[in-house]
Design a protein around this ligand. Structure first.
Ligand SMILES: NC(=O)C1=CN([C@@H]2O[C@H](COP(=O)(O)OP(=O)(O)OC[C@H]3O[C@@H](n4cnc5c(N)ncnc54)[C@H](OP(=O)(O)O)[C@@H]3O)[C@@H](O)[C@H]2O)[C@@H](O)CC1
Ligand SMILES: Nc1ncnc2c1ncn2[C@@H]1O[C@H](COP(=O)(O)OP(=O)(O)O)[C@@H](O)[C@H]1O
Ligand SMILES: [K+]
Length: 500
């Protein structure tokens, strides 16, 4: 699914009006109806509702929503925040229509016009939408502050008033902090960025049938991976396949005290369809790995506690494996750095690089240029900051991500809520699956195993990253259903992985 910018959203609106065709006021009615259908599924008619409307089209939506809720016998009070003399045409139209059915419309011009809001009420925030062009001030600011102070449940229409759709807010901006955002048709970039969490709440999309042709032909670097996008990437297994058909992966993982990382990665790799797996662990991990992951072959490193790359056991050279996954639990011993230094230039195919392998790269940046093209790097934000630099805001972070992926011709999976899969072309695919239950040790090791398995099977590296990150989050969502987000652990994700 594409994520469009605010100018494209406006143009999409106009395109739909011209080419469907549909009168602007009817498109607004459709949006209001979609909102009200959602609202009716979440709140009963006994709910006391205060709707705050601005003077643009977001306010117009609010007025139409007010009328439709009245038709459904909700108890509503409407407040128009009169911050300017100008009103949009569709606002005026809906204002007239609402006045025909209720006299209960009040106007907020001064702070003493702002009503008291009680805890069992629901506030619908339709003050400012995607047309925000400057920070909220004056009576808008005072109203937003009053709503934020109130103990009520807040539902924002399209986007929280005061939040920019696709540019950074300043830390001093006053913005609605909703419980829910019900937005129209396409996700907004602002919803996916960590710093905006409290200005978005639980966000939902409602379909208002904006014109598909415009969406399909609009260029954008931003995507939001949906189940159907992921399903399209999944390769079917041939009836006459054998284990040789699905690659032989090499995992370099674990160090003394962190053999669990190697075990989790290995299990995830096997649960993601790899044909054969060899794991190289320090000698101290040999028995652990052979016992807990009998499906994997184990090549003990000649070092007792850390990886050096050398082994007394004969085996293929790393370059001869279908792919290599390196990093989970490896630590940063000098011997391990030496291994990385000699290994990287020998590899020809994309690999997966995670955890301390990334930290070693940050401390030895010359090695970045040695990464095979289209390798997948999976940093969490701290690891990514070490690889690059501190960012001032989430938008700058996206620019840094893109620059890095382009410069080193790698795919970067910046992990977290809505993990951002960034391609060497500068596209960013935000993941839609996963939950805070994944914020627990070992879940990243599972992801490394999954991605290594997909590369070994011959998946295109970008597709492997998008699909693997999606499947990992989905397994996390299944685990959270079973165990709850607090009780779940990385092993539960392994048990929940499914590829159908
Ligand atoms: N395609 C879709 O998705 C559809 C979208 N629809 C709806 O339309 C909404 C967008 O409507 P919109 O463009 O009229 O913008 P909105 O934010 O209501 O108001 C802009 C006005 O506010 C002003 N203004 C700006 N900042 C301000 C501030 N801080 N304090 C005070 N004023 C401020 C600004 O002033 P200006 O910049 O012109 O000086 C302008 O006059 C969208 O969010 C959705 O709800 C649906 O109805 C149908 C389908
Ligand atoms: N709040 C969250 N929502 C969705 N996914 C999350 C969230 N927190 C963490 N994750 C996911 O969990 C994994 C954590 O990886 P990482 O930080 O490397 O953990 P570890 O190194 O302990 O295994 C990543 O895939 C990340 O996207
Ligand atoms: K709003």
């Amino acid at each position: 699914m594409k994520i469009l910018n605010v100018d494209q959203i406006r143009a999409l609106d106009q395109y739909t009006i011209q080419h469907e065709p549909i009168a602007p006021i009817n498109l607004m009615e459709r949006a209001a109806l979609a909102f009200v259908d959602w609202f009716a599924d979440h709140f009963s008619t006994s709910t006391a509702i205060k709707i705050f409307c601005g003077l643009g089209n977001n306010g117009g939506d609010g007025l139409a929503i007010a009328r439709l809720l009245l038709e459904r016998e909700y108890r509503i009070e409407v407040f128009v925040v009169r911050y300017a003399p100008r009103e949009s045409d569709d606002f005026m139209h809906n204002h007239r229509r609402l006045k025909l059915v209720t006299e209960n419309i009040r106007y907020v011009e001064l702070t003493h016009d702002i009503p008291a809001i009680r805890h069992n009420e629901v506030v619908i925030d339709a003050i400012l939408g995607s047309g925000l062009s400057r920070p909220a001030d004056g009576i808008v600011k005072s109203t937003v502050e009053a709503i934020n102070r109130a103990p009520a449940t807040v539902v924002s229409v399209d986007i929280a008033s005061g939040l920019y759709t696709d540019q950074p807010n300043s830390p001093t901006d006053v913005i609605i902090e909703p419980d829910y955002t019900v937005s129209f048709q396409l996700p907004k970039l602002a919803f996916l960025l960590p710093k905006n969490g409290r200005y978005v709440g639980n966000w939902q999309l409602v379909d208002i049938q904006l014109h598909k042709r415009y969406i399909d032909t609009s260029p954008t670097p931003y995507y939001f991976t949906q189940p159907k996008d992921a399903r399209l990437l999944l390769q079917k297994r041939d009836r006459f396949s054998n284990k040789g058909s699905f690659g032989h992966a090499l995992l370099l993982a674990g160090s003394y005290g962190k053999i669990g990382a190697a075990v989790l990665s290995a299990k995830a790799c096997l649960r993601s369809g790899v044909g054969l797996l060899t794991v190289q662990v320090p000698q101290c991990g040999y028995e652990i790995l052979q016992t807990s992951v009998p499906e994997a072959m184990c090549r003990p490193d000649e070092h007792q506690r850390v990886l050096t790359g050398a082994s007394e056991v004969e085996g293929p050279e790393p370059v001869d494996y279908s792919t290599v996954g390196i990093g989970p639990g490896i630590g940063k011993a000098p011997e391990t750095l030496t291994m990385l230094r000699s290994l990287l230039p020998t590899l020809k195919k994309p690999i997966v690089v995670d955890a301390d392998a990334l930290n070693l790269l940050s401390e030895n940046r010359d090695l970045l240029a040695k990464l095979p093209i289209n390798s997948i790097l999976t940093p969490h934000p701290k690891e990514f900051e070490r690889l690059t630099k501190k960012w001032e805001n989430d938008y700058q972070k996206l620019d840094i991500l893109r620059e890095f992926a382009k410069k080193y011709k790698v795919i970067v999976v910046l992990k977290g809520a809505y993990s951002a899969v960034t391609t060497p072309d500068g596209d960013i695919h935000f993941n839609s699956t996963g939950n805070p239950g994944l914020s627990t040790g070992g879940t990243g090791d599972v992801l490394t195993g999954i991605l290594t398995a997909l590369l070994a099977q011959g998946y295109d590296p970008i597709e492997a990253a998008v699909l693997g990150v999606f499947a990992h989050g989905l397994a996390g969502d299944r685990a959270a259903e079973q165990r709850g987000p607090i009780g779940m652990v990385a092993t539960d994700i392994l048990d929940s992985l499914r590829w159908d």
